[in-house]
Design a protein. Structure first.
Lengths: 221, 579
């Protein structure tokens, strides 16, 4: 798991946008599986990447239809497994129509946290090689967030997860964390190393620690 | 239907004078225009043949004709003036009633309808009533006068040909209605497909990034192509039929015209015993009438369609007006000396009878106490707010503020004793100062600045281009956190004895977040506060913690009490150390 952290507008999303080649790098190169993304077939490239955007967007149609976006041939078993990993099956299974529940335009009939979880599950179908989570757990309470991260680690073992976040707690167990500040990477390393060596990271960490005393929060949205 | 019509016209009653004027001028204008063919006929008869033109008489007739046409035009102008006056004043009243009604219905009603639906009732439906009912009525009335008038004039000229006209006219309507029905069905399908197409285009174009990320482009195209193909097919059909209507009716009308012309000409030449003798001038007046006679029929059938639409719209508007209102509480006591003491005794509440939510909840909050509400996502924090502010009423038990039951005081005075800062901030288009002074419109600039300073908002406001006079709006580039600070300053200035705060701050940068946190602490000093808490420091220092889970208050007590209890709260708390 790769973590990207930094304040609002520091370039976290921009960095992630370079991977599926929404924008081409002006200089240097982005390699996926050893190949420059400029030279990749874009559709092929994007099929291997699961994306969860910052704003959870669902489309009008049933939950099943939404879940089939990555793969129109996805089976109900695959869909349910993905929903389970994303901690969404719990509430979907309790809906009277389950996978056939209709989502209104813009997903207005779901709560923010529910939309986020379905939008995460949607990206997991077919186990992509790369999964990009762009600050997409902000509406989840702490316990759900934790369970989600645990499930991702277990169920998506072969997938490289890129997690963008504003919170150090969400990235604690990342293999590598990139610290962004004003469009630049100012630090790179594991959590413990960064606390020691990276000024920006340790500042963020300490301020989140002080504020919440133990660096975490009881969520309640 | 008639009940609805009657009710619409009851709104028009104050403007009865305009209505009478409309009818009067319509009658005058139409009958004058009906007289025109008579004069034309007489004029034609002045030109009997080569060298046999009575120029003196012709000049006179021309002058009379000019006056009549001008007068008729003038009266018809007056008619539409008064129709519009009546229509606009009537719907103005109706619109005001609906708008005021929306302020008086319970929140439950507003929550249960989409914004678009309610807006559509206030704006579109009322527009349709104005077009269909009020203006349609005038069209209907002038149509009837025209039909009756032309009929009488035709009868006076030649009864036999008049009967032929009356007998032949239905042909044109039968043809028109057959075609209209076919095109109407296609149009309905077409507009349905259009809705689907717009919806799809909006979703796909608006979320391009996701479409790209999921390589959905081809499938979206295929879906669009399918709808588009169907739309094209239906559209062609609808257009084909609807463009047939005009030529067909014209063709039939042309046939009738030709028949009348032929019969009349035979009469004028004295060849037909059936028609009888008839002058060329009379024939030309007659032809003009037979032409005018058919026109209002089409208009009237159009009016009927609009009328049906309008009645349906009126029914929707009246449905809103008939919605049950929040009972008037102006006679109740006004809460003036709120101390900030608050007591829940055996409160039970649920939104629907079959899912019980809050049961036998009791809590004694002394002035200045801090109550933290915690629980996982979707636990029902807004329920507490809904009950405190009486957006919903409790089922049993009672809530008292300063010793008075909240059901016995006016809603306005109850709500104004609370200051509320939620995650969804709200600023309106206006200056920063106006936004802060929203609750206290007569606050002085010094008071506004003082409030802003107290909640750490002064610094960033000062740096705005025009300081406190900078015009801001929902999308004016202020960050979420800055908007929140303005909302906090607003409450600071209002100085309410009680607070409802939501600590949740997503997508706010760290420094602003800390500032907001400090502002909250400042705001809570000496005030009874309910805090939807996200921070451990807030929770630990709260006098009482309400732990909520799926709508219920499952535990209550101080941090140490709840930890000792070892229940849901301690689980929630411990889950934080698990990573």
């Amino acid at each position: 798991m790769l973590g990207i952290i930094g304040g609002t507008g520091c370039g976290k999303t921009t960095l992630a946008n370079l991977i599926p080649c929404y924008y081409k790098a002006t200089e240097g190169e982005v390699l996926v599986g050893g190949e420059n993304v400029r030279n990749c077939d874009l559709d092929q490239l994007r099929r291997n990447i699961g994306t969860v955007p910052q704003r959870a967007v669902l489309f009008s149609g049933t939950i099943r239809e939404n879940m089939k976006w990555r793969d129109p041939a996805a089976t109900d078993e695959q869909i349910i497994a993905a929903l389970k990993t994303a901690q969404a099956w719990d509430f979907v299974s309790r809906m009277p129509d389950k996978l056939d529940t209709r989502i209104s335009q813009g997903g207005k009939n779901l709560s923010g946290g529910q939309k986020q979880r379905i939008s995460i599950a949607r990206a997991l179908i077919g186990k992509p090689d790369i999964l990009i989570l762009d600050d997409s757990t902000s509406a989840l309470d702490y316990a759900t967030d934790l369970a989600l991260r645990k499930a991702l680690r277990e169920d998506m073992a072969g997938t490289s997860v890129i997690m963008i976040s504003q919170r150090t707690t969400s990235l604690r167990d990342a293999d590598l964390i990139i610290v962004m500040d004003d469009g630049e990477a100012v630090g790179m390393g594991r959590h413990d190393e960064l606390v020691e060596n990276c000024q920006v990271y340790s500042e963020i960490y300490r301020s989140q620690m002080n504020e919440k005393e133990d660096g975490s929060n009881v969520q309640n949205a | 239907m008639f009940k609805t019509l009657k009710r619409v016209f009851s709104y028009a009653r104050p403007y009865l004078a305009y209505f009478v004027m409309t009818l009067l001028f319509a009658a005058l204008g139409v009958s004058l225009s009906l007289a025109v063919p008579v004069f034309i006929g007489n004029a034609v008869d002045c030109c009997v043949g080569k060298g046999q033109v009575d120029f003196e008489k012709l000049g006179k007739i021309a002058a009379q004709l000019a006056i009549i046409v001008l007068a008729s035009g003038f009266f018809q102008w007056l008619m539409s003036l008064f129709t519009n006056k009546m229509a606009f004043l009537t719907v103005r009243d109706l619109r005001a009633d609906v708008f005021n009604k929306l302020e008086r219905v319970p929140l439950k009603y507003i929550d249960g309808h989409t914004k678009g639906e309610l807006t559509s009732r206030v704006i579109n439906d009322i527009e349709i009533i104005s077009d269909g009912l009020l203006q349609g009525f005038t069209q209907f009335f002038t149509g009837i006068i025209t039909i009756a008038g032309t009929l009488i004039f035709m009868m006076t000229i030649n009864v036999k040909i008049a009967v032929v006209v009356v007998l032949l006219t239905p042909l044109s309507f039968i043809a028109a209605s057959k075609i209209t029905k076919a095109s109407h069905d296609s149009y309905i399908r077409q507009s349905m497909l259009r809705g689907k197409m717009v919806g799809l285009a909006e979703e796909m174009a608006g979320n391009q990034k996701i479409v790209k990320a999921f390589v959905y482009g081809d499938r979206a195209e295929e879906r669009f192509r399918e709808i588009n193909r169907e739309y094209g097919k239906i559209g062609t059909k609808a257009t084909f039929f609807s463009s047939m209507t005009n030529p067909t009716t014209r063709f039939v009308n042309g046939l009738i015209y030709a028949a009348v012309g032929l019969l009349g000409a035979l009469g004028a030449m004295g060849h037909s015993a059936f028609v009888g003798a008839m002058s060329v001038g009379k024939l030309s007046s007659f032809l003009a009438y037979s032409n005018q006679y058919t026109k209002p029929f089409n208009e009237i059938s159009g009016v009927f369609a609009e009328l049906q639409n309008a009645v349906a719209s009126a029914q929707r508007v009246f449905d809103v007006l008939d919605e049950e209102e929040i009972p008037d509480d102006s006679g109740k006591e006004v809460l003036t000396d709120c101390t900030g003491d608050l007591r829940f005794s055996d409160v039970c509440f649920s939104y629907t009878p079959d899912t019980k939510l809050i049961q036998n909840f009791s809590l004694d909050v002394k002035s200045g106490m801090r109550v933290a509400i915690v629980g996982p996502t979707g636990c029902g924090k807004s329920t507490i707010i809904n009950l405190l502010l009486r957006f919903y009423d409790i089922d049993s038990g009672k809530i008292e503020i300063s010793g008075r039951n909240i059901n016995d005081i006016t809603r306005n005075s109850l709500r104004s004793s609370f200051g509320m800062v939620l995650q969804e901030t709200w600023v309106f288009t206006g200056t920063v100062a106006e936004n802060i002074a929203y609750g206290v419109p007569d606050a002085s600039r010094e008071q506004i600045i003082e409030a802003a300073k107290a909640v750490y908002a002064h610094g960033f406001i000062k740096r705005l281009p025009q300081g406190y006079d900078t015009i801001i709006s929902e999308n004016s580039g202020l960050s979420q956190g800055q908007k929140q600070l303005i909302c906090i300053a607003r409450i600071m200035l209002m100085d309410p004895p009680m607070l409802i705060l939501d600590e949740a701050t997503s997508s706010i940068d760290l420094r602003t977040e800390q500032r907001i946190q400090k502002a909250f602490v400042k705001l809570m000093e000496g005030r009874t506060s309910f805090v939807i808490a996200h921070r451990l420091s807030t929770i630990k220092t709260a006098d009482t913690i309400l732990v909520m889970k799926s709508g219920n208050i499952v535990e209550q007590g101080s941090h140490s009490q709840l930890m000792a209890l070892g229940g849901f709260y301690s689980q929630l708390y411990n889950s934080q150390f698990a990573s």
